[in-house]
Design a protein around this ligand. Structure first.
Ligand SMILES: *[C@@H]1O[C@H](CO)[C@@H](O)[C@H](O)[C@H]1NC(C)=O
Ligand SMILES: *[C@@H]1O[C@H](CO)[C@@H](O)[C@H](O)[C@H]1NC(C)=O
Length: 347
């Protein structure tokens, strides 16, 4: 991916060939820019507006690498990735026994006096460089990852109405004071139907919302408690925790699945060929009131707004409704629904 990217940069002499090849492929596929309304997936007006604004922001990015990365994430999310659910996210409850077990491991891990937590993992490069003291840490749950993946599989399959293959369960990740996570989509071709199962947090800490955009272009803030599971289409819907956490510790486990008939390789090249010719040029026309967007690898932020994300001015806030039972979900429409597979035969 990175190698490809450097080859693409227009100021390198050998790159023009590759860019010409890419443009030839773009035309061969009869792509047009701006994309037709019908190309947005799904075709809701809110989704189209959300990403039309984002594409305009990307045209104003000056750094070539950042700009290309901005296109890669946004073209994938807005146009090419299919959606599996109506809203792209939902809230449900995790299996109680499993949650209790993980909570016990978490408490043991954070109370251990000699080595309270393991070394930071290596996949938070951006956050690490800027704020080394605010890295997330890991509490190990030796041997439990497969169990988490297996036990949560039916929930993900029912929600997405799709036969899935487990990719990985990751955690327990422990965020600490002042942590944040900029908005992004999961880039990996294997993180399609995912979840965050919340295990626990500092009881004296402040509520810390997970922010997610739905498939109608609305932004939600979800406040998770122990055992709550946020299901989400993780390489489709931008999500993150742009607000900084104020508290000592906050821990969840992350699981990722992909459809059984998925072709992970196909995706990235299709996105690459969908980026418009002249993507690296600055636009001539001026769009008023467009907030600046900064892209760092896959992370997006808008420095002109509070918490570096402008949509936080207008969100819907969610906590698990008291009356929601195991086997039920709630999403953007606020209606509690049973979590059942629509077509048992197909799965
Ligand atoms: C994709 O999203 C649209 C808009 O919410 C919805 O109408 C459609 O049913 C979704 N597709 C699937 C497979 O759920
Ligand atoms: C977290 O950091 C902020 C800013 O430095 C500080 O004001 C706050 O007291 C800290 N909170 C905890 C729980 O350590």
């Amino acid at each position: 991916m990175l190698a490809l990217l450097f080859l693409l940069l227009p100021h390198l002499s050998s790159s023009q060939l590759d860019e010409n090849e890419r443009i030839a492929e773009y035309h061969k596929r009869q792509h047009k820019w701006p994309p037709a309304e019908a190309e947005f997936t799904p075709q809701t007006p809110g989704w189209r507006n959300l990403h039309t604004r984002r594409f305009q922001q990307i045209t104003r990015i000056e750094d070539g690498t950042a700009k290309y990365n901005g296109y890669m994430s946004t073209v994938h999310s807005a146009l090419l990735a299919p959606n599996f659910t109506e809203y792209g996210w939902a809230l449900t409850k995790g299996p109680s026994d499993l949650v209790e077990l993980l909570l016990a491991r978490l408490i043991t891990g954070i109370n251990r006096e000699d080595t309270p937590v393991e070394l930071p993992d290596a996949d938070q490069g951006d956050i690490r460089d800027e704020y080394p003291e605010e890295l997330p840490l890991m509490v190990s749950i030796y041997g439990l990852h497969q169990r988490v993946l297996d036990e949560l599989l039916p929930i993900h399959e029912a929600w997405s109405n799709t036969k899935l293959i487990g990719n990985n369960a990751y955690g327990l990740r422990v965020y600490r004071n002042q942590s944040n996570l900029q908005m992004h989509i999961d880039e990996s071709a294997t993180h399609i139907i995912s979840s965050i199962m919340h295990i626990g947090h500092d009881p004296d800490g402040e509520p810390w919302p997970l922010v997610i955009e739905d498939l109608h272009g609305n932004t939600h803030e979800v406040f998770l408690e122990t055992g709550d599971v946020l299901l989400y289409e993780s390489s489709k819907c931008f999500h993150g925790r742009p607000k900084r956490y104020n508290g000592k510790w906050y821990s969840s486990i992350f699981t990722h699945y992909y459809p059984a008939d998925w072709n992970p390789k196909r995706n990235e090249m299709n996105v690459h060929y969908r980026i418009p010719p002249g993507w690296h040029l600055q636009p001539e026309e001026v769009v008023e009131d467009l907030d600046e967007l900064i892209v760092t690898e896959t992370s997006f932020k808008e420095p002109g707004c509070e918490h570096e994300w402008c949509a936080l001015k207008k969100t819907t806030k969610w906590t698990m409704p008291q009356e929601l039972q195991h086997g039920q979900i709630i999403s953007s429409d606020g209606v509690i629904k049973p979590l059942v597979k629509e077509s048992e035969d197909e799965l």
